[in-house]
Design a protein around this ligand. Sequence first.
Ligand SMILES: *[C@@H]1O[C@H](CO)[C@@H](O)[C@H](O)[C@H]1NC(C)=O
Ligand SMILES: *[C@@H]1O[C@H](CO)[C@@H](O)[C@H](O)[C@H]1NC(C)=O
Ligand SMILES: *[C@@H]1O[C@H](CO)[C@@H](O)[C@H](O)[C@H]1NC(C)=O
Ligand SMILES: *[C@@H]1O[C@H](CO)[C@@H](O)[C@H](O)[C@H]1NC(C)=O
Ligand SMILES: *[C@@H]1O[C@H](CO)[C@@H](O)[C@H](O)[C@H]1NC(C)=O
Ligand SMILES: *[C@@H]1O[C@H](CO)[C@@H](O)[C@H](O)[C@H]1NC(C)=O
Ligand SMILES: *[C@@H]1O[C@H](CO)[C@@H](O)[C@H](O)[C@H]1NC(C)=O
Ligand SMILES: *[C@@H]1O[C@H](CO)[C@@H](O)[C@H](O)[C@H]1NC(C)=O
Ligand SMILES: *[C@@H]1O[C@H](CO)[C@@H](O)[C@H](O)[C@H]1NC(C)=O
Ligand SMILES: *[C@@H]1O[C@H](CO)[C@@H](O)[C@H](O)[C@H]1NC(C)=O
Ligand SMILES: *[C@@H]1O[C@H](CO)[C@@H](O)[C@H](O)[C@H]1NC(C)=O
Ligand SMILES: *[C@@H]1O[C@H](CO)[C@@H](O)[C@H](O)[C@H]1NC(C)=O
Length: 843
Amino acid sequence: MPRRGALCVGTLLVLLQLAFVPSPLAGCLLNPCVEITPNTTFRCTGLNISGVPEGVPNTTQNLDLSFSNLKSLGSNYFASVPELQLLDLSRCHLHSIEDNSFMDLPRLSTLILTANSLQHLGKAAFHGLTSLKKLVLVETNRTSLSELPIGHLHTLQELNLGHNSITSLKLPEYFANMTSLRHLSFFSNKITSISRGDLDALRGGNRLNLTLVLSLNNIKSIEPGALAGIRLAELALRSTFENFSVMQESLQGLAGLQVSRLVLGEFSDAERLEGFERGLLSGLCQVQMEEFVLFCLKDFEHDTDTLFDCISNVSTIRLVDLGLEKISEVPPLSKVKHLECKKCDFEEVPAWKLSLFKELRVLRITKNRSLKDFKQKFEGLSKLEVMDFSENSLNIRTCCSPKFQNCPNLKHLNLSFNSYIRLTGDFTSVKNLLYLDLQHTTLFGPGSYPVFLSLQKLIYLDISHTKTEVKSQCTFCGLNSLQVLKMAGNSFGDNKLENNFKNLTHLHTLDISSCKLEQVDPSTFDALSELKELNISNNKLLTFDPGVYQPLQALRVLDFSRNQLTVLLESAREVLPHSLVLLDISQNLFDCSCVYLDFLKWVKEEQELLQNEELMLCHMPSYVANVSLLSFDLSSCHVSMGTVVLSMFLLSSALLLLFLIYRYYFQLYYSLVLLSGCKHSAERGETYDAFVIHSSKDQEWVIKELVEPLEGGTPPFHLCLYFRDFLPGVPVVTNIIEEGFLSSRNVIAVISTDFLESKWCSFEFDIAQSWQLVEGKAGIIMVVLEGVNKALLRQRLGLSRYLRRNTYLEWKDKEISKHIFWRQLTGVLLEGKNWHQEEVKLM
Ligand SMILES: *[C@@H]1O[C@H](CO)[C@@H](O)[C@H](O)[C@H]1NC(C)=O
Ligand SMILES: *[C@@H]1O[C@H](CO)[C@@H](O)[C@H](O)[C@H]1NC(C)=O
Ligand SMILES: *[C@@H]1O[C@H](CO)[C@@H](O)[C@H](O)[C@H]1NC(C)=O
Ligand SMILES: *[C@@H]1O[C@H](CO)[C@@H](O)[C@H](O)[C@H]1NC(C)=O
Ligand SMILES: *[C@@H]1O[C@H](CO)[C@@H](O)[C@H](O)[C@H]1NC(C)=O
Ligand SMILES: *[C@@H]1O[C@H](CO)[C@@H](O)[C@H](O)[C@H]1NC(C)=O
Ligand SMILES: *[C@@H]1O[C@H](CO)[C@@H](O)[C@H](O)[C@H]1NC(C)=O
Ligand SMILES: *[C@@H]1O[C@H](CO)[C@@H](O)[C@H](O)[C@H]1NC(C)=O
Ligand SMILES: *[C@@H]1O[C@H](CO)[C@@H](O)[C@H](O)[C@H]1NC(C)=O
Ligand SMILES: *[C@@H]1O[C@H](CO)[C@@H](O)[C@H](O)[C@H]1NC(C)=O
Ligand SMILES: *[C@@H]1O[C@H](CO)[C@@H](O)[C@H](O)[C@H]1NC(C)=O
Ligand SMILES: *[C@@H]1O[C@H](CO)[C@@H](O)[C@H](O)[C@H]1NC(C)=O
């Protein structure tokens, strides 16, 4: 018994495990690695392992082992995954990497060792990495470059040594051989100075394109000449200096540097510079550069008094978050071509001063919500092409010609995301505009007047969300070259599109989404034969009228989502051009009735064309509301169509049947009874003169008063009596029909009180009645005994009593009445009697 119990518990445990451990989880426990892309990319993070996990196949190219507990790497550690291209070993608690650990990875191009406090790094630790391009040694407790065994990695393009404790920028000689190096980062280290000779390894003639990041160090001095003759793509020195005087001093040390982009300033969350110095950037006079970027100097004083002194020959200047309140000084004959002032503290657009930058081609003043006024004019910026004043709070009373005098080359004007602009329609001084962006700025003018008449060359116009109501049909008149018109989030008079785009024959993109549209006039798109993209989503359109969209024969993208379309009819689907590659009709109010079966089928067939199919839901009928059109069961339609036909058929049959029953009640009733009876009735001869139906309680009377006198009299009549003549073992109904009615010429119904009360007798009498009607047989002889309730009798016998062929006899127990009764009865029975030979002889 105890053994049995133990067995039971064991089995139970196994069963419980099978039942409660979900199979995916069980799979996880077996293979701790996640296959991101089949056979090539695996993620096995957070493991307590040594070695490459079992489940990783030798075809793997990308392997993420981060957050695992690897501790140390030994030689040929990755022999099982020779195809590796990317290996991530971030935070693997690695403290040592032995020689030849990566020996088997000739294809590895990216090695990430972030956040491992490496104490031991073998001299040959990185041997074998003949294709390595990117080595990330961020946060690896490195203190110097000299002990870093990477000299043989000639293919290296990016070396990231951020967040270490490196104190000296002295580059070992092997950097001279790293001719592919593009990016060298010492972000957040402990470098305090740059001395002559430190960067000698970079002096090789063919190095042009290195970005050197020294941000977030604490540089106290740069020895003059330390960077002389060095060419860099970018030098980043953000939050590198302790105070302004150190910064100013150090910048002097940059003399002789040639750099494409120089980035100075601070990080907004690491600002520490104080005590602004005039001529802060004076050191930059000796630096050759193309682009200068200055970030986040909160204490930047004296505006631009000395700012441009040494950078006026730079072609691109970006000033970001500087707290500049105005442009105070501008150098004469500056060569600045591209000037950007982002998040500056201007209150008014400093147009006069900026107009002194005669070489200016691009001017951007963006992202300051306090910048409201635009009163001054830009003048004579003959080379200016791009003007971007987006994301301020500008309020412009008369736009645009008066603001830009003699700026004939202005092609892009971006005034988007501002407060208010009144367009007067005067663009004469900027009539070469190609791009005009006014989105999300309240506009006055468009919609009511043809304000764009003189912009004949404009190809791009964005007036989305500008509170414009298009009332005039000539709103877009003059824009004969326009290719892109974006005007989402506005409205049209009467919420109706009418002939608004008549001369825009070159338009290829039109966005009229979210415009409250309810109706589109048939001729609206007639001119748009080149239109490629139409976005009319998020309106209130009920129909997709083929006539309206028929002219759009070049259409590639049509977004008709979020309207109130119930169906895309065959006629509409037919006008969709062959060029269409994307159609979005999601989030409409689709009617999934089976009437539209062809549409529902079409949706399933056109999944490649249709976008956001998962958002195509049935709206009607209510029993399929919110069912996706894709998962809608088309076969349910076939079934219910069948059901409809079937039920129609059944209903009409039932109606027909009822009618027939009503019409041929007796015939049917009789046939029914016949059917349950004998099939050979027709073949039988008539053997009885009368079939007597009576109540069993009247049997005695029947024998005495009917059977004896009639069968024993002259001529003798032959009666059919159920208690005597019915065949035993045959169902009663069959007997009644076959032996009774079909074998008898007459029916004698002995009607007593008992007869009237007996259901069985009533049934027999009813059959007799119908039989009489249908077959036209001789009558029913009704013998009414004494004491029968006459009212009940009249009701039961009904009309039968008055039919000519029927005989109605009343029995009275008196001799004289009996005599008359006998004469009448024999008279009726004699009619049509077939005399047998013997009977004739007897007579
Ligand atoms: C992955 O590898 C297995 C076995 O090596 C192979 O059968 C399968 O086709 C491969 N799958 C892909 C997507 O390469
Ligand atoms: C990791 O595995 C080792 C044995 O291989 C064990 O001693 C250690 O406790 C494990 N660490 C954790 C966190 O599971
Ligand atoms: C990878 O492993 C399979 C067996 O699992 C072997 O046949 C194949 O040669 C191996 N490929 C390489 C490159 O090692
Ligand atoms: C960094 O390495 C030094 C030895 O070179 C060691 O004393 C120190 O603890 C390490 N730092 C960390 C955070 O592991
Ligand atoms: C640079 O490469 C050349 C040839 O490959 C080699 O002779 C020289 O020793 C290398 N220099 C350094 C510092 O590794
Ligand atoms: C320098 O690198 C940038 C990208 O970092 C690239 O666009 C540019 O063409 C490169 N210039 C040269 C001269 O290699
Ligand atoms: C700037 O920092 C240096 C070095 O720490 C210090 O000697 C000097 O006094 C500081 N100057 C100012 C103005 O704070
Ligand atoms: C700018 O260039 C002009 C001549 O091209 C030169 O005279 C002037 O000194 C330069 N200015 C600066 C700040 O380098
Ligand atoms: C814009 O300028 C105002 C002062 O004119 C200043 O208070 C604000 O910080 C500036 N920056 C932004 C992003 O609005
Ligand atoms: C105008 O500026 C906004 C905001 O910076 C930008 O999203 C939009 O693309 C610009 N428009 C053009 C035409 O460049
Ligand atoms: C329509 O464009 C044609 C030429 O493209 C031009 O001649 C005609 O004046 C324009 N009509 C309107 C109303 O702008
Ligand atoms: C149409 O415009 C709506 C916004 O009104 C946008 O969400 C949707 O992505 C646009 N459709 C296409 C195809 O660009």
